[in-house]
Write a protein that binds this ligand. Structure first.
Ligand SMILES: [Zn+2]
Ligand SMILES: [Zn+2]
Length: 263
C-alpha cells in the first residue's frame, strides 16, 4: 500500500471524477493508495483542508503558510498554534520554507514567516513540511538550528543537490520525491534518489501539480503516487513493494500523530 505524503486535495481538478472528491479518492485507493496527507498552503484555505481530513479516516492534514502565499490574514504564532491544535487530524506544520526562485523581493517576509512556523513546530512538537527552492544556504541554516532544538521534518518535492539532501538527512530530516523524478530530463535528480538511503525517503504527488510520466500535461491526482514509487523502485533496483513498505514506515515514523487506518 502506498501513502501520498503531500497532496492538495482541496485543489484537485475533479472533472475526470464526475466532480466528486470521493470518486477521486476511491480511484486512488483502487490503485493501492492507503493514506493521504493534505497539505495547507495558507491560513485562508486551512478550513477546507481540515474539513477534508476530518471527513476521511485515511486523510491527515497540516497547518501552515507557503513561502509564496499571498493572503490577507497576518501570520502570528498564536494564530498558527490555534489552527494546529484545532483538530487531531493536524499532524504537521507547513508547507513552509523559502523559495527564492521567483525573486528575492519578499525575502525578509519569507524568512520571518519561516521562523514563526519553525518556532510553533518546536513548541507543539510537530514535524515540518519544508518547501525549498533555490534557497539552500538560508534553508539549511534555519533547519540546522531547528533540528538542534529537537525539530524534525521533510524536504518536500525535492529538486536540489545531493549535498543538500545529505546534510538534511544528517540532522534527521527526510527527503520526499514527487513525479519530477519520472521526467525524461531528470537524470541528475534520479542520481540523487539512487544515492540516498530508502530509510530517509518519502513519496508524494504534490497533486494537482507535477503529474508523473506517463500522465504529463494532465492535472495530477493522488492515485498517481504509484508511478512515483515505480520510478523510485526502478532507480534503486528494488521491488515496488519494498518502496511502498519502507516509505509507509517512514511516513508514520515522521508524522507520528497520524494513526494508521484500520486495514
Ligand atoms: Zn511545495
Ligand atoms: Zn505542495
Amino acid at each position: 500500500m502506498y501513502l501520498d505524503s503531500h497532496c492538495h486535495l482541496d485543489r484537485l481538478d475533479l472533472t475526470p471524477f464526475d466532480h466528486s472528491l470521493d470518486k477521486a479518492l476511491q480511484s486512488a485507493r483502487q490503485n493501492g493508495v492507503s493514506g493521504f496527507l493534505c497539505v495547507d498552503i495558507d491560513l485562508d484555505n486551512f478550513a477546507a483542508v481540515r474539513q477534508i481530513a476530518e471527513a476521511h479516516p485515511d486523510i491527515w492534514c497540516s497547518a501552515g503558510v507557503h513561502p509564496n502565499a499571498e493572503f490577507d490574514t497576518p501570520l502570528t504564532a498564536e494564530t498558527l498554534k490555534a489552527l494546529a491544535l484545532s483538530s487531531p487530524k493536524v499532524v504537521a506544520i507547513g508547507e513552509c520554507g523559502l523559495d527564492y526562485y521567483r525573486g528575492l523581493d519578499d525575502r525578509l517576509l519569507q524568512l520571518e514567516r519561516f521562523q514563526t512556523q519553525l518556532d510553533v513546530a518546536v513548541e507543539l512538537d510537530l514535524p515540518v513540511i519544508i518547501h525549498t527552492r533555490e534557497a539552500r544556504e538560508d534553508t539549511l541554516l534555519h533547519l540546522r538550528r531547528f533540528a538542534a532544538q529537537g525539530g524534525r521534518g521533510v524536504l518536500h518535492c525535492f529538486t536540489e543537490s545531493l549535498e543538500m539532501a545529505q546534510e538534511a538527512i544528517e540532522f534527521g530530516f527526510m527527503v520526499s520525491f514527487s513525479g519530477i523524478i519520472t521526467f525524461r530530463n531528470a537524470q541528475p535528480l534520479r542520481d540523487v534518489v539512487k544515492a540516498l538511503p530508502l530509510e530517509s525517503l518519502l513519496i508524494e504527488t504534490d497533486s494537482p501539480y507535477l503529474a508523473p510520466v506517463p500522465h504529463r500535461g494532465k492535472s495530477n491526482h493522488p492515485g498517481w503516487v504509484v508511478d512515483v514509487a515505480a520510478c523510485m523502485a526502478d532507480v534503486k533496483q528494488v521491488p515496488p513493494e519494498r518502496v511502498a513498505q519502507q516509505t509507509q514506515d517512514n511516513f508514520f515514523r515522521l508524522f507520528s500523530r497520524a494513526q494508521r487506518a484500520p486495514a
